[in-house]
Design a protein around this ligand. Sequence first.
Ligand code: FAD
Length: 546
Amino acid sequence: MSNSQVNHAYGEVADAISRFLAAPPEGTPSEIIEAFDLFGGDNFLPPKLFLETVEQAPVAISITDPKARILYVNQAFERLTGYARDEVIGKNESVLSSKSTPSAVYEDLWQTIKDGRVWRGNLVNHRRSGDEYLAELSISPVLNPDGRIAYYLGMHRDITDVHALQQRLQFQKGLTEAALDAAPMVVAMLDSEGTLLLDNHAYKALIADFPKNVEPVRLFLDALEQQTGFDLKKVCELEKGFTNIDVRLDRQGGQSPRWFICSGVRIDNFDDDARSYFRSGASAQCGLLLIANEVTESRKRINEARLNMIRANMAEQQIVQTMREAISASIFKMQAPLNIIKAVMSMSGGGTDCANVAPALRQALDSGEEAMESLHNALPGPRAEQSTIVNMNELLQDVLRLSTERLLAAGVVVDWHCTPVLPSVTGRPNALRGLLKYLIDNAIQALNEAGRDYREMRVETHDDNGEVVVAIMDNGPGIPEYEILKVFEPFHCGWEQPGDHAGMGLTMAQEVAISHGGSVEIDRHFIGGCRVFVRLPYAGHTGGSS
Ligand code: FAD
């Protein structure tokens, strides 16, 4: 090409660029406008300098006529494609096509650029050597003065490595997910706010067992917090995880609880905001990989053995209790005649008209008091029991399991609505089991006496601002308003068929609750049966809500 031909070509390109800058098509990348502005804007650059800039740009640039016939390519284009300039000038850009890009992509490309819009996308190209590469391409139409497309400007770069990396990442992700899904243990990854980022099949299978809208991971975190004071944020700060912590999650509908042994590993979370590029790992966010191994079956077997011990213990407790009730009843009954004798003796004042019976009365009083003393001495004392940390859900479950036969015989359906993670109470487990048994026995008796076709007992537990509340409801006859205080009196028996009920159950239940700083209350507003609340304060509650 002669110098005059080159200058003419420069002049044509310069005109085209000025027109392009006057009305760049919508969506034209800003870097293209900036680059062209150097040439055609106010800071006019000599054509030679401009062409050198384009020549040396690190991205492959080509300019074509409206039929994609190549007019110009820069050095980066030559390097990337392996074609020398002379080999491609005058040829269609399709010389780069590896013929493996779907035709729909080309259709979209042409439709877009012929509309005067910028097309961006990826094409599979091949080099002169035949090697394939993935090209990330943008094509901008350049318009002539009458608004028709005069040229197309193409810019592309090789993104094969980026694609390979993405594919590898996708593969690794698939592999990790497949491995996690195949694992029998529950695996969940959370960010420092406790939001679930990743989980596996075993985790998803948990969801159906717990209340709707409650993410199981929240239950694990609550249980860990209650049992160990675990704090997710601290785990991140102290860069420590934890291992082998037992977690019990209670289920709805009376099903036995599920037990897990949990471990947590602190992991650095990825930080994908742009500013994180220059930040070191120090400020990177942290996450937690929670691994929970289910041990429910082995816990069930251990629990069965434990229940047998509790059963034996409660039977013994029952015998002692029956004796206490029988002796207390005798004391109670004997007290009345002795009081009468005392009253008669004090009224007579030792007068002559009573002189004959006075010795007999004194003798009766003495032997009565002697018998009372013997009865008091025979009264078995309450069994000493150490306080420990107890879970009321667990105690309730124990008592219900031990009452299964009676419940079945009475045809009672138990509806169990417990809070999956309940704060622990400090208390005497046997005494508290005894308390719950009195209430459950009462509900069964009430349902038997009501003789309804559908007999239901509903058991609920929840955390009420520093107190664990157990509610036991039945759809029996209920307790009339005027009886509500009386039923707590010793030996008050309102049953139609008292059987071996001595009227001490609620008295004893209240005694146990009070000795734990709690209470037993009958809900006077409950309609359609009876509802009893047991309230027990728990330690570690930081105060009521304002
Ligand atoms: P073709 O038979 O050429 O075309 C396939 C389909 O594309 C047709 O069925 C039709 O729908 C559409 N098409 C082709 N030409 C036209 C046209 N003139 N008007 C309307 N529709 C048309 N292709 C690449 O493979 N790699 C590149 O790097 C590349 N860079 C390009 C850069 C620019 C600036 C331009 C304008 C085009 C570029 N192309 C590129 C597209 C290229 O011109 C071909 O259209 C494409 O390679 C398909 O070629 P083909 O021979 O396989 O099929």
